[in-house]
Design a protein around this ligand. Structure first.
Ligand code: UT7
Length: 337
């Protein structure tokens, strides 16, 4: 049955698709062997529990907007657009240059996108999918033609390098997509969800209005990422699978119609459990968590970028993106490439 929402989406005059992609990964590689020298852990534990072999760490001179600007410039080149053509920059991150101004404003200056409106969004690991869905609305309504959606994180500056339960999981990186009107295909369905009751399971406790930064919060390490991993794991599996099914239903598609799945890259065990519930074979799933760890908002877009570059996503393919993160928030999106 075609729902009211699906009918509305079909009625939208302008379809939105991705016309350019870019990514940037800092050069420095931190391996599990390196981590063995820093905390009480082992390559074997990290590999079997997470599937992560290494992650990238930004140079001390780099800030979040630098990573984003590199990815954005590459995306503009691949879309054959000049920086001045960008009308809106939506930047998803939980690790901004600073609380304010928005990191997207720093990126605007760094890439020379003088005509762009800018704002940041916080949808944690689902940030890129949320950004894509927002961009789609601006394009469908006719407000903008060229929207740059960026997912970027510099998590290495926000994790506690003494806490083995979190520091082995995360990495730095950026990805960007140019979203524009397309004649056919593009984004064919999406679904976004949230459960604020679970907000305490994954957060930076200090530095906001609830717990302003003080000597005490710093000495207690409350500005670092805190996560109750196991609870997050179970919830992530359930809602990512559900989000994937909802996006397929809204598009009128079955699992067999999906050519490539780009899941959030937090943990290979989460990916495998989600994919089993979605009913798509693992051969159709793009995985790079082994090389980069969890890059939160950057994970899905970097994976999409690599999947396209490696020929895993080809013209005419149906791609399913699905992600989950702090909030909790989650999202899914189906794109006809
Ligand atoms: O991006 C979206 C949000 N994030 C996620 O999706 C991450 C979700 N969670 C996870 O990926 C997993 O829960 C983890 C990888 C974080 C942990 O795996 P787990 O199988 O859930 O392990 P656990 O938390 O139940 O901990 C098992 C044991 C504990 O020891 P005891 O209490 O059983 O003796 C931990 O202390 O593993 C210990 N442990 C470690 N041991 C060696 C925790 N971290 C490490 C470590 N090295 N790095």
């Amino acid at each position: 049955m075609v729902t009211k929402k699906a009918q509305y989406i079909k009625k939208q005059v302008r379809k939105a698709g991705i016309i350019g992609l870019g990514s940037y990964l800092p050069k420095k590689v931190l391996t599990n062997a390196d981590l063995e020298k820093m905390v009480d852990t082992s390559h074997e534990w990290i590999m079997t529990r997470t599937g992560i072999a290494e992650r990238r760490i930004a140079d001390p001179k780099e800030v979040t907007s630098d990573l984003a600007a590199h990815a954005a410039k590459q995306a503009l080149r691949s879309a054959k657009l000049a920086p001045e053509d960008v009308e809106l920059i939506i930047l998803a991150t939980i690790t901004p240059d600073m609380q304010f101004p928005a990191t997207s404003c720093f990126v605007q200056t760094k890439i020379g996108a003088a005509n762009a409106a800018c704002f940041d969004i916080n949808a944690a690991c689902s940030g890129f999918i949320h950004g894509l869905v927002i961009a789609q609305q601006f394009i469908a309504s006719g407000t903008y033609d060229n929207v740059l959606v960026i997912g970027v994180e510099l998590l290495s500056r926000f994790v506690d390098w003494k806490d083995r339960s979190t520091c082995v999981l995360f990495g730095d990186g950026a990805g960007a997509a140019v979203v524009a009107p397309v004649k056919s295909g593009g984004i064919i369905s999406s679904y976004l969800g949230a459960d604020g009751n679970k907000s305490d399971l994954l957060m930076f406790p200090a530095g906001g209005s609830r717990m302003p930064a003080s000597h005490k919060t710093v000495s207690e390490g409350m500005h670092y990422l805190k996560m109750q991993g196991n609870d997050v794991f179970k919830y992530a599996v359930r809602v990512m699978a559900d989000a994937a099914h909802k996006a397929m239903k809204r598009a009128g598609l079955a699992p067999k119609d999906i050519d490539c799945v780009i899941p959030h890259q937090a943990n290979i065990r989460i990916i495998e459990a989600v994919i089993q519930r979605v009913g798509v074979p693992m051969e159709k799933v793009f995985v790079n968590v082994d090389r980069y760890g969890n890059m939160s908002a950057a994970s899905a877009i970097v994976a999409l970028c690599e999947a396209v570059n490696e020929g895993r996503v080809k013209k005419g393919d149906t791609v399913l993106l699905v992600a989950f993160g702090s909030g909790f928030v989650w999202g899914s999106c189906i794109i006809k490439w």
